[in-house]
Design a protein around this ligand. Structure first.
Ligand SMILES: Nc1ncnc2c1ncn2[C@@H]1O[C@H](COP(=O)(O)OP(=O)(O)OP(=O)(O)O)[C@@H](O)[C@H]1O
Length: 282
């Protein structure tokens, strides 16, 4: 049985003419690392919230279809059960802060304390989350004095301290400069092996180091589900997503009619070099 399953989900915001999700179906297994790519306003946050069980909510209901975890539709889960199973980290880190913690340490402890866990267990979870997210040196700082990137790491640490089975990250690298972004992604690689991570991004590059399965969300559906190369090969990718510099160069060479037929667009310099060598031999 799939861990999270979306079945024929058709959703439009009240008063909106067009649906954001137009009969979308997809399934995720335990331990998968998935990147869902789409341009701005394509519905990433909306789908992320459905996956995390934050929708349906009030008037925000699907016209058709549903999302289930362990075969049980989200409305059948209590808020506490859901919070222990799935954690969602949104793209504006300051909005994730509880507002009632004086320190980074307390901010991370907030969720586990709400689960009424024993003090020692809370402490162990906080220490582990501080270490994974490289926040030990900031443990005594006021969360509101952190930079955007540090707050993003804090939001993820707070989510991890809940020890969820699924972590959903909505554009987690949007506040990071390129160097911090690479460090941050390298840290995500150290997340617990069994944890399912679903990351939503606008560009392909930030998720290359994290995901093993890549999807393109377009016009309310998943139109590609596979490797980064299959995403690159999709015609909509060129229009909608940023590419790595190497892929962009190869794409332009291909547009000029000089890229060897049948050769995949390369994602990295190493693959590009190999492609050129093969092309020269042919
Ligand atoms: N609460 C809401 N009420 C009405 N429309 C909404 C609401 N939230 C989002 N939308 C609209 O739904 C569409 C998809 O928005 P969503 O935030 O899911 O896209 P996104 O891919 O995450 O965008 P971005 O990359 O810019 O954050 C947009 O047109 C947006 O204006």
């Amino acid at each position: 049985m799939a861990l999270i399953k979306v079945e024929d989900l058709f959703f439009r915001y009240p008063q909106a003419k067009a649906p954001v999700l137009d009969g979308l179906s997809v399934a995720f297994e335990q331990g998968e690392r998935v990147a869902i790519l789409a341009p701005n306003a394509a519905g990433k946050t909306t789908l992320a919230r459905w996956l995390a069980g934050l929708y349906p909510d009030g008037g925000l209901v699907a016209e058709r279809g549903h999302v289930s975890m362990d075969g049980k539709p989200w409305p059948q889960w209590s808020a506490a059960e859901r919070a222990a199973a799935v954690q969602f980290v949104g793209q504006v880190p300051s909005q994730q802060l509880t507002g009632c913690a004086f320190t980074v340490y307390e901010e991370i402890a907030f969720g586990p304390c709400n689960l009424a866990l024993p003090e020692g267990e809370v402490r162990a979870r906080v220490e582990q989350a501080l270490a994974v997210c490289n926040l030990k040196h900031l443990a005594k700082r006021d969360p509101f004095t952190l930079s955007g990137g540090e707050q993003q790491r804090l939001s993820i640490a707070a989510a991890l301290a809940m020890q969820p089975r699924v972590l959903i990250l909505d554009e987690p690298t949007s506040n990071l400069d390129p160097e911090s972004r690479d460090d941050f992604i390298a840290q995500l690689d150290a997340l617990p092996a069994g944890l399912t991570v679903i990351v939503f991004e606008v560009a392909l590059r930030p998720s290359l180091g994290l995901a093993r399965r890549f999807m393109l969300l377009d016009e309310g559906r998943i139109v590609v589900d596979g490797t980064p190369e299959t995403v690159l090969a999709h015609p909509r990718c060129i229009e909608t997503l940023g590419m790595t510099a190497v892929a962009r160069a190869a794409f332009e060479i291909r547009e000029a009619g000089r890229w060897p037929e049948g050769l995949a667009l390369p994602l990295t310099l190493a693959v590009a070099e190999q492609s050129f060598r093969e092309a020269a031999r042919a």
